[in-house]
Design a protein around this ligand. Structure first.
Ligand SMILES: [Zn+2]
Length: 147
């Protein structure tokens, strides 16, 4: 029994090493053998492992991501975002309509047709990017975990 207690103080730093995955294969084997036999060290290992996981999860989310996420979830910012988007799209469509009418009035304005082509192309790219962004947002596995 006295031996066991001495062993435990010997294994304690190795348990931390095991959690951090810093041990040689021999050390790992020795610690594992001790963990199989010793419940108190097993509990210590599990405590360290749980702490390690929590730290890992916390550092996994970049602070900037969290800030962006909070901004996204603030009602005012969401409104501003959609409002801005709506105004931008509305302005864009209006401008395109204007260009179409101009071409309609004077059928020989070829450059205007090119401009319309560019406008529609940019709009399509923009919409595609927007759809991709929304898809990514829906797929985000951490969306529901955060408050
Ligand atoms: Zn022990």
């Amino acid at each position: 029994m006295t031996n066991d207690i001495e062993n435990c103080s010997y294994y304690s730093p190795l348990i931390m090493g095991l959690v951090d995955d810093e041990l040689s294969p021999e050390e790992k084997h020795a610690v594992n053998q001790h963990l199989i036999r010793c419940q108190s060290c097993r509990e210590e290992y599990e405590t360290f492992a749980a702490q390690d996981t929590r730290l890992g999860t916390a550092s996994f989310v970049e602070p900037t991501d969290m800030i962006l996420d909070q901004l996204w979830k603030t009602p005012f910012n969401r409104l501003a975002r959609y409002g801005g988007l709506f105004l931008m799209l509305g302005g864009y469509l209006g401008f395109m309509l204007f260009a179409v009418i101009e071409v309609w009035k004077d059928k020989e304005t070829l450059p205007a047709i090119f401009i319309i082509g560019i406008l529609i192309g940019v709009l399509m790219l923009f919409l595609q990017a927007l759809i991709e962004r929304l898809k990514t947002y829906k797929k985000d596995p951490y969306k529901d975990i955060k408050r």
